[in-house]
Design a protein around this ligand. Structure first.
Ligand SMILES: C[S@@+](CC[C@H](N)C(=O)[O-])C[C@H]1O[C@@H](n2cnc3c(N)ncnc32)[C@H](O)[C@@H]1O
Length: 254
């Protein structure tokens, strides 16, 4: 099993991530520009499909063949089209430029080394046309760190419509000993049938980095971006130290 590899739970992803809180935000932002949009770390197309349905010409990149396959099947079933590339964003190479790039759902935090973060930002910049916009979503470490305490927690119980059973998602998060800014999250997925009998248990191992505001801003500027806005949530309230999110709207500098 690899790190930040969602393969083992690709068939469950859409059940345990029913989130829609950021969709309107991305539809509005993509409508502000004209031209093609690049979505990085797009997974099963949670954000991508509503964007395509809203008329956005979207190219998607994710390193997971299994999540990309779930996404491709959903596109086919809906009669929609988008390019999907299986690629590591640290090695992004599509040979063309876009009007906008987006990374929804705090996924940039899976890039845990500053060297890789800088390289990824530079690759993204190369894929933007002059004046292109990059929206990068992160959590606010001050708020997010509250559950990083080594406690095993039941995050939620989800109904499993096909079997009449339930999916239980348990999470334990710890800072890694070598670098306190990196968090290891073990996620355990238990499927129970309608009688309450456990019939499947799987886990994945995720790593993410807590990037502070100043750290990300310096990184973005060094990679050739200027900051157009920093929101603290998806209603576009300005970021403050207690905001849940850091939503960066960056512009490719000349
Ligand atoms: C939290 S999921 C988010 C998926 C989707 N954007 C969403 O909003 O539901 C993180 C995604 O990042 C992808 N990912 C992680 N590291 C990656 C990398 N280095 N290059 C490309 N994709 C990566 C994973 O495969 C996964 O699909």
């Amino acid at each position: 099993m690899g790190i930040n590899d969602y393969a083992a739970v690709a068939d469950l992803y859409d059940i345990y991530v029913p989130a829609t809180f950021d969709i309107d935000f991305f539809i509005t932002e993509t409508k502000k520009i004209s031209g093609d949009v690049l979505e990085l770390m797009s997974g099963t197309g949670r954000v991508s499909i509503p964007l395509i349905e809203a008329g956005v010409n979207l190219t998607c990149v994710d390193k997971s063949a299994e999540l990309n396959a779930v996404f491709a099947k959903k596109l086919e079933d809906l009669g929609l089209k988008a390019e999907i590339h299986q690629m590591d964003v640290r090695e992004l190479e599509l040979g063309r430029q876009f009007a906008m790039a987006i990374i929804p759902f705090n996924s940039f935090s899976h890039i845990t080394s500053p060297v890789d973060q800088r390289k990824t930002l530079e690759r993204i910049r190369q894929h933007l046309r002059p004046g292109g916009i990059f929206i990068c979503t992160l959590t606010n470490p001050k708020v997010r760190q509250k559950t990083v305490d080594g406690q095993l927690r039941l995050l939620r119980i989800y109904p499993l419509p096909e079997t009449g059973g339930e999916l239980l998602l348990w999470i334990v998060e710890n800072r890694v000993p070598e670098d306190a800014r990196i968090v290891e999250a073990l996620q355990f997925y238990e499927e129970y049938d309608s009688r309450g009998v456990l019939f499947s248990k799987r886990y994945i191992e995720l790593y993410y980095r807590f990037t502070q505001r100043d750290e990300f801003e310096a990184l973005a500027r060094a990679a050739g971006f200027r900051v157009n806005a920093l929101y603290g949530d998806y209603s576009r309230i300005s970021f403050n130290e207690d905001s849940p999110f850091m939503i960066w709207v960056l512009e490719k500098a000349d």
